[in-house]
Design a protein around this ligand. Sequence first.
Ligand SMILES: [Zn+2]
Length: 125
Amino acid sequence: MPQNTRKVHIVCRRCKTHFTGIYCPYCGAEKGAPSALGSRGGLLSGFLRFLLSLIALALILIVAFVALDYSASAAGDRHGAARAILDSARYAIPKGVLDLYAQAKSMFLDRWIAAVSEFFSILLG
Ligand SMILES: [Zn+2]
């Protein structure tokens, strides 16, 4: 019975890929049907992913800035490079944000960094 074993070829309506089976191997559409809900959800989740990656990037930059700030103000002339990077970064950051950072630094950060460095000094001997 050759007709029963012959596979049905489907042309994906979304991406025009020829395939057999239920899902398009190229774009993942079910039976090659364009699903309006799926594509809209994909667009939204794509935007959310973009937003989340921007937030993650901002957090990484903030952490890097704080680490540079503390290592630059830590000890002597050994951290000249860190201070140079920090100075050039300060030019790019608006004054209001720097003031806010200075405020946050004196309110929370100094205490947290002191606690963390104490923890590590205990840990390392
Ligand atoms: Zn497809």
